[in-house]
Design a protein around this ligand. Structure first.
Ligand SMILES: O=c1[nH]cnc2c1ncn2[C@@H]1O[C@H](CO)[C@@H](O)[C@H]1O
Ligand SMILES: [Zn+2]
Length: 366
């Protein structure tokens, strides 16, 4: 793989266009915002009342080695996101933060059912978040930053509301909602529990991805693709369990891994998050190295910027440092992501040709 032209620093990484497909709204709050919203709305359960300490608490608590404990930290972010004002603020700030990091297209996801504790309707939740995204796009534009947002609505695997949320996603598809996902604990909650939702979405020509192959293995990936019809896989890293590397370095793909690669099914890989939940032992041992080498449709993502203390640029920096990736590789990840977005084909092409390629041109070999 190629080496760098201008040197690769966090600063220079921030300047190149990046595309983010897997980022949770309730996992990306600024610690200061969590504190201020808690105070404004009388949420008293926070583990610290000091900004830096609170940020550190989220990172350390999420660094738990299990998806279930990692997910417990979301009680606090969801706890402060129960009003329209809070949702607008969190959404607008997410766009500002992504734009400041050089993200040009982002699909940000959240589960509307988690924000109805104080009486908001599902529709009010969606409309508040969309208003926040639009406000964030305006603020970014004022600072000369272009960013386009797409929304994914999640249903929680452990609740039984997937069909209702799928219907909500379709109802708002002309209002900025580009797709659907299921999130939450994976073990014990196979994606086939929500078949009615996936059938509904396919019948309506709607897009969806599924968190699969993170905390649970191949069976979950197989169900997500072959029973549910997922277009992309959230994480999907356990696909390596279907890849054998022989003692002489030869690699053999099982039928599922071959299917995923042949069909160019995008993997929404989130390296730092995977290390925190124990899905990978370290960045160095993360399957992304092998999967990228084998030309799976690999994309790089943040998952939860608050819990991992990361950004797209810092994920790129960590991968470049560990695997020796150069600018060409980062452009490849970015174009992979743009190709895999739930956006109309002509708009994806436009962003690739008019934003991404020109943005990398000074950095990559001709
Ligand atoms: O990596 C993950 N795997 C599964 N579920 C997740 C992950 N990160 C966040 N959430 C869950 O998705 C919800 C909606 O945004 C969050 O509230 C969290 O419970
Ligand atoms: Zn996720």
């Amino acid at each position: 793989m190629t080496s760098e032209t201008p040197s690769m620093t966090l600063e220079s990484l921030r300047t190149v266009p990046k595309v983010l497909l897997h980022d949770h709204l309730d996992g990306g709050l600024r610690p200061r915002t969590v504190l201020e919203l808690a105070e404004a709305h009388g949420y008293s359960g926070l583990p610290s009342s000091e900004v830096d300490e609170l940020g550190k608490w989220f990172r350390e608590a999420a660094d738990s080695g299990s998806l279930e404990s990692y997910l417990e930290t979301f009680a606090h972010t969801c706890g402060v996101m129960q009003t329209e004002d809070a949702l607008v603020r969190v959404a607008a700030e997410a766009v500002e933060d992504l734009a400041a990091d050089g993200v040009v297209y982002a699909e940000v996801r959240y589960a509307p059912e988690l924000f109805v504790e104080r009486g908001l309707s599902l529709e009010a939740v969606v409309e508040a978040v969309q208003a926040g995204f639009a406000e964030g796009e305006r603020r970014a534009a004022k600072r000369g930053k272009f960013i386009r947002m797409g929304t994914l609505l999640c249903a929680m695997r452990q609740h039984a509301r997937a069909l209702e949320i799928a219907e909500l996603a379709v109802r708002y598809r002309d209002g900025g909602v580009v797709g659907f996902d299921i999130a939450g604990p994976e073990a014990g909650f196979p994606p086939t529990r929500n078949l009615d939702a996936f059938e509904y979405l396919r019948t309506n020509n709607a897009h969806f991805t599924i968190h699969a192959g993170e905390a649970f293995g191949l069976a979950s990936i197989w169900e997500a693709i072959q029973h549910c019809g997922a277009e992309r896989l959230g994480h999907g890293v356990r696909i390596v369990d279907d890849i054998e590397t022989g003692p002489d370095g030869t690699v053999r793909l099982g039928r599922l891994a071959a299917y995923v690669r042949d069909r160019r099914i995008p993997l929404e890989i989130c390296p730092s998050s995977n290390v925190q939940t124990g899905a990978a032992a370290s960045i160095a041992e993360h399957p992304i190295g092998l999967l990228a080498r084998l030309h799976f449709r690999v994309t790089v993502n943040t998952d939860n910027r608050l819990m991992s203390g990361c950004s797209m640029s810092s994920e790129f920096a960590a991968l470049a440092e560990t695997f020796g990736y150069g600018w060409d590789d980062l452009q490849w990840f970015t174009i992979n992501a743009m190709k895999s977005a739930f956006l109309d084909f002509d708009q994806r092409l436009d962003l690739i040709n008019n934003v991404i390629k020109p943005g990398y041109a000074p950095f990559v070999s001709a």
